[in-house]
Structure formats: C-alpha cells, structure tokens
Design a protein around this ligand. Sequence first.
Ligand SMILES: Cc1cc2nc3c(=O)[nH]c(=O)nc-3n(C[C@H](O)[C@H](O)[C@H](O)COP(=O)(O)O)c2cc1C
Length: 217
Amino acid sequence: MKNRIYFFTGTGNSLWMAQTIADELSDCEVLAVKNGMDTDIPAGLERVGIVYPTYGWASPLMVVDFFRKAKFPEQGDTYYFAVTTCGGLPINAIPQANVLLAERGIKLNYGASVKMFKNSVLSYNMSKQAVKIAEQSAKRAKPVIRDIVEKRGTAIKPINRFLLRLHLDFMKDIHDTDSGYIVGDECLNSIQTTKNNPRKHSVHAGLLALIKWKNFT
Ligand SMILES: Cc1cc2nc3c(=O)[nH]c(=O)nc-3n(C[C@H](O)[C@H](O)[C@H](O)COP(=O)(O)O)c2cc1C
C-alpha cells in the first residue's frame, strides 16, 4: 500500500524532513503544497503525512488553505501524521492541524515538532553553527521517523486560543508586508558604506527586509 507526504517549505527544512521520512517508508510519494496543485487525496493509502514549518506559533496560511481545500477520502485505515519543523516554539502548529483535519472528518493520528535551523538568520551565527545544528536536527528527527514508520499515535494538545489570535493578527497582512518598501538613495548609501564588512552588510540587508520604509523619499 502506498504512502504520500505533502510538504510546504520556505527555506528547505521541511522538504528535508519530508524526504527523510519518505526514505524510511517503502513506496512513498512526496508532493509540494502549492497553488494550482491537485488536492485530491486517493483512498486506501497506508499513511498520509503533511510536513510544514511553524509560522507565528501556528501553521502557514498555505497549509491552512490546503487542509480546507483538500478532497479527503473516507479515512478507513489510513494513518494521518503532521510534522512541523521549527526554531523551538511550535505551540499551535500541530493542534491547529488537528482541529482543521477534524473539521474535515479526519483524525490526526500523530503530530510532532522537530527543531531545526531557524530561518531568522540574523538572530544567530548560522555559518559557525551549521554542522552542529544539522547533526542535532537529524538526531531529533530520528524518533519522529521511527514513530511514523511504526504508526504510533500521540495525544495532541488543544489550541492555545490567545496565541492563535496573535498569530492571526501576524498573518493577516503577511502577503502585503513588502508593499510599502521603498529603498531610497540614503538607504543605498548606507549599504554602500558597509559593503566591505560582510557581517554589517548582512545585518543591514536583514534590517531592510524587516523595516517597512513607508513614504521614504
Ligand atoms: C514568518 C516566520 C515565522 C516563524 N515563526 C516561528 C515560530 O513561531 N516558532 C518557531 O519555533 N519557529 C518559527 N519560525 C522558524 C521556522 O519555523 C523554522 O526555521 C522552520 O524550520 C523553517 O522551515 P522551512 O525551511 O521548511 O521553511 C518562523 C519562520 C518564519 C519565516
């Protein structure tokens, strides 16, 4: 019987996680969650998994959308699992999937988080810690993969409503957060002055990505 894993990724961690699980399952397809995808899930699969990053203590909008739009067959004996990769605070990312799947008549048998590379790359020295973090991530992934191979179940916590509200506030404008960016000469000049110092330069580039330069001329 076949297995299928859907993944959504921004920077590759969740793709790595999905592929690593798939490598341990015989006969497993790995499919991206993306616009225009086929949302029909065939009946009779042995396992259906979804792997995605935590965004703002919960699930990315693309994944929420997938849970709402996917055409789920009768669950039958299919084992459903969700794995979120995160920087350390997954909070609602699995409980939210549990609720959204329950609304579609599907029981989430297993949910887990795996701490990996934070993609807030300015908050730590990634280049110095890359090898160590990769090793730790692979170690943390192992028991999760074993659970999925053995089709173990987990109790999934209820949603933290307060943090979900903060998350929804954070997510509601996320698609338009770059709409007010204007990079003026003053800004480019200051990048120019830091370009020979890679660390300062990357901090600057990061700040550019974080600050909304509204009405800047
Ligand atoms: C917009 C955004 C919000 C994030 N929010 C959280 C969070 O609330 N908790 C957490 O532990 N990690 C958070 N992260 C870190 C990612 O979940 C983590 O780096 C993840 O492994 C990235 O997976 P990917 O490479 O598949 O995109 C966030 C990252 C982004 C880009």
